[in-house]
Design a protein around this ligand. Structure first.
Ligand code: NDP
Length: 303
């Protein structure tokens, strides 16, 4: 039986593993895709000491750092976590592992709008990842839906490729940080369309237009080649729920200051938790990963 299994290798899981190696905690890090959501971030400009870096590159650096200190990254998908005896049984698509403690750091998945045509045109003009797909829209017209930081970043990145970018949001102002909003407003390729909702995506083989819930410049129809949906994310909590871990009303894992949960030995870290005042940033994920490992260390020591 291992001392610890960390599930998920985003910033929280990789940091937890770095700390676990330094505390000589025998552990495995199980993750189908190291880096996770970090891989999709175009540019990170708020991580101290690194003025600007692509998400994929930062993920690689964190992974290399963890491996250099001895992390064993198991590239499998976890299917269940069961509390048994003094520990947990973790079943993956390929194996079964046992550990006294768990750090659950799977994070969140992209939220969908649920409008007509969204599913039908996914991959045919509808995208949830500007970093992955922006280059396919060189010199084309695209729409970004959302008013948060993800939408702002997607808009800025798409403006590097597309001919025109419309950012569509439902409030009078975007809620993204002012520095991003200023950059959007000062970019001549970008059009900001406020207080409106998109109700349908239409096209034939590919996306051709979107439909608004009210008229914009005399029409409810708006021509576009691409639709980037950036309306936030929701917690990937299924495995935790099955393990009887307590969630808040929005599905995030309720965590104490040391990142422990209501289930003894089950810790959680990163975007999936209620900690860090709900401020879901790379730096707070790393912080929670470190604190969770300290919690595990204290628990192992007290036995
Ligand atoms: P957010 O939850 O911050 O924002 C979601 C946006 O989508 C809001 O503007 C919201 O509108 C809008 N929205 C939600 N549902 C709908 C809907 N059905 N129809 C239309 N609009 C909708 O999500 P983000 O992905 O932007 O950010 C998630 C977290 O990641 C945040 O904490 C953010 O700060 C962080 N992040 C940080 C970055 C950075 O600092 N560099 C980069 C990217 C993300 P409304 O405003 O009306 O509620």
């Amino acid at each position: 039986m291992h001392d610890l299994i960390i599930i998920g290798a985003g910033p929280a899981g990789l940091t937890a593993s770095i700390y676990a190696s330094r505390y000589k905690i025998d552990h495995l890090l199980i993750a189908a895709e190291p880096g996770g959501y970090l891989n999709e971030i175009h540019k990170i400009e708020n991580y101290p000491g690194i003025p600007s870096i692509a998400g994929f590159e930062l993920a690689q650096k964190m992974k290399e750092h963890a491996e250099k200190l001895g992390s064993q990254i198991v590239p499998e998908t976890v299917e269940s976590i069961k509390k048994e005896g003094g520990g947990f049984k973790v079943k993956t698509n390929a194996n079964e592992y046992e550990a006294e403690n768990i750090i659950y750091s799977i994070g969140t998945r992209t939220r969908q709008l649920g409008i007509l045509g969204e599913k039908e045109f996914r991959g045919k003009g509808v995208s949830y990842c500007a970093t992955c797909d922006a280059a396919f829209f060189k010199d084309k017209k695209v729409v970004v839906i959302g008013g948060g930081n993800s939408a702002a970043m997607a808009g800025l990145m798409l403006a590097e490729h597309a001919q025109k970018v419309a950012v569509v949001f439902r409030k009078p102002e975007m809620r993204a940080v002012p520095s991003y909003v200023d950059k959007l407003k000062n970019n001549e390729k970008v059009e900001m369309i406020s207080e409106i909702n998109v109700v349908e995506v239409q096209g034939s083989e590919k996306v051709e237009k979107i439909i608004f819930d009210k008229e914009y410049q005399g029409s409810k129809e708006f021509e576009t080649d691409g639709v980037f949906i950036e309306i936030g994310s929701e917690p990937i909590n299924d495995l935790a729920k099955d393990a009887q871990v307590e969630l808040d009303e929005y599905g995030y894992i309720k965590t104490a200051q040391n990142q422990s949960t209501n289930v003894e030995g089950f810790f959680a870290a990163g975007d999936i938790t209620t900690n860090s005042n709900g401020f879901r940033q790379i730096i707070t994920a790393c912080s929670e990963g470190a604190v969770a490992t300290m919690g595990v260390f204290d628990r192992l020591k007290s036995k």
